[in-house]
Design a protein around this ligand. Structure first.
Ligand code: NAD
Length: 501
């Protein structure tokens, strides 16, 4: 089995990785990558054609049987090696991540650690891809349920966690014997290309991992609609997930979709209020509000609103906005001008509706360049407002006052999304009520995230299909196969037919 070559990246001109080779676009078209803190172009990547995307899928298809044939512990050794190399290059990778995406460096370091841990965590499943051995209805027969690779996996990732989301897909797909073609977001492809460069160094055989860069509607669509693809695993917006589902209906690949969120954050009077304030800051302003599990609407008990809200506002005002590469920066820029404009348009509409903007709502006075946006807190918002119903995905949060815990749960569940939720209360009955009645795939109770490797990341309603993380995430990459085996010395059909054979 030939081994993939290490990356050829000349200066800041990146290439794609197809069948163990670093290649340009056939058309020589490229996509410029812009640092959101400076608005300067920092690199370029090729714009793949549909033909190139097809050839990546064909390479993955050809490499798959040999990859499947390796013992899982052998496959695991490539994953462990990748984790080690990611840790070796942590600082460099974190700086690249911050430069293309905008999150503060300390957050980027955490994300790189998370990416490495995903490779180790799933490598440890090499001895635990467990099927079932079941008794039969008949003597001397066995039933075995195997978990086999699906074949070729198409992985499609967003810009907000460009290292962690791709690692969370590649690691379980590969350990279970699948090969992969992955497509990063056009805003942040460098982190994926750098990770795959390390996978080349780790010695993955050629064709096992491929990266194509380009738009969702073209490269992404080819990945979804090509019959070679056995599973599409996509993390992104609910709208894109819906389009993928429609386009996939033609040849019906399996789908794992991790989509949008609108996390409710409930604070009750019996909570540790000072702790809840700190957690509320983290839950909303982490990654400048661009996280699918970010708190997107707060329901505050009327009894403590006058204590909680001013403390929350004070802490939000103290957040230091600035160059995300500097160590004392709390809040970097948003990823793009378009994303900032989307958040700003929510605030403009809120102003027109007469909602009370307590702080923020605009770009800060400094820095002069970059797509920065102030922490924005809005009060007296109605449950049916777009601020409460639609995903904002920026540092903007509406606060609603509620007078009963049941009402808070009812409001929390009144959403098309169902990904993450937060509840702060010290009362055990309320904790149990929240655990059972809040219909969201994740509940953080008296704590915040991020989600951990062993937890299942999954959503109700329009937040997606399937799961990521945990053994349940791993199982999404396997095909169940049931084998009925007869081991009678003298097999007989008598149990099947009402006559003697
Ligand atoms: P997006 O939907 O615009 O893009 C995500 C990826 O899908 C990109 O690579 C894009 O090119 C691709 N894509 C878009 N349309 C496609 C199509 N028709 N066919 C194939 N591929 C297509 O999302 P984004 O703006 O990059 O990321 C932000 C969104 O992602 C938010 O809604 C956020 O909630 C969500 N998100 C969800 C999770 C989760 O785990 N549930 C995690 C992170 C982000």
């Amino acid at each position: 089995m030939a081994r993939a070559k290490p990356a050829q990246v000349s200066g800041n001109r990146y290439q794609m990785f197809i069948n163990g080779d670093w290649v340009d676009s056939e058309s020589e078209e490229k996509i410029n990558i812009v640092n959101p803190a400076t608005e300067k172009v920092i690199a370029s990547v090729p714009k793949a054609s549909r033909e190139q995307t097809k050839s990546a899928l064909e390479a993955a298809e050809e490499a798959q049987p040999e990859w499947e044939d390796l013992a899982p512990v052998r496959r695991a050794s490539f994953l462990h090696q990748t984790a080690q190399l990611i840790r070796r290059d942590k600082e460099r990778l974190a700086r690249i991540l911050t430069s293309e995406q905008g999150k503060p460096l300390f957050e980027a370091r955490g994300e790189i650690d998370g990416a490495a841990s995903n490779f180790d965590y799933y490598a440890e499943f090499a001895r635990r891809i467990e099927g079932d051995l079941l008794p039969s209805e008949n003597p001397r027969q066995s039933i075995m349920i195997l978990k086999l690779p699906i074949g070729v996996v198409a992985s499609i990732t967003p810009w907000n966690f460009p290292s962690a989301t791709v690692a969370r897909k590649l690691a379980p797909a590969l350990i279970t014997g699948n090969t992969v073609v992955t497509k990063p977001s056009s805003n942040t492809p460098l982190s994926t290309l750098e990770m795959v460069r390390l996978m080349g160094e780790a010695g993955f055989p050629e064709g096992v991992v491929n990266v194509v860069t380009g738009s969702g509607s073209d490269v992404g669509d080819e990945l979804v609609t090509n019959r070679i693809t056995g599973l599409v695993t996509m993390t992104g917006s609910t709208d894109a997930g819906r389009t993928i589902m429609q386009h996939a209906s033609n040849h019906l690949p399996k789908l794992v979709l991790e989509l949008g969120g609108k996390a409710p954050f409930i604070v009750w009077h019996d909570a540790d209020i000072a702790w809840a304030v700190k957690c509320a800051i983290w839950a909303r302003f982490w990654n400048c509000g661009q996280t699918c599990i970010c708190s997107e609407r707060m329901y505050v008990d009327e009894k403590i609103k006058d204590k909680f809200v001013p403390a929350f506002v004070r802490m939000a005002k103290d957040l230091k906005i600035g160059n995300p590469l500097e160590s004392d920066t709390d809040l970097g820029p948003m990823v793009s001008k378009e994303e900032r404009e989307t958040s700003m348009s929510f605030v403009r509409k809120a102003r027109q509706e007469g909602d009370k903007i307590i702080i923020g709502g605009d770009r800060p006075q400094s820095p002069d360049e970059g797509w920065f946006f102030e922490p924005t807190i809005i009060e007296d918002v109605k449950q049916k407002s777009p601020l409460v119903q639609d995903e904002i995905f920026g540092p903007v949060v509406p606060i609603l006052e509620v007078d009963s815990f049941d009402k808070a749960i009812e409001y929390a569940n009144d959403s098309k999304y169902g990904l993450a939720s937060y509840v702060f209360t010290k009362d055990s009955t309320r904790v149990l009520k929240a655990m059972n009645q809040i219909k969201f795939g994740e509940s953080y109770i008296n704590q915040v995230g991020p989600e951990q490797l062993q937890g299942a990341h999954t959503g109700y309603r329009q937040s997606g299909l399937g799961a990521e993380g945990s053994r349940y995430g791993l199982e999404c990459y396997t095909q169940l196969k049931t084998c009925y085996v007869d081991w009678n010395d003298k097999p007989s059909l008598s149990y099947l037919f009402p006559y003697k054979g």
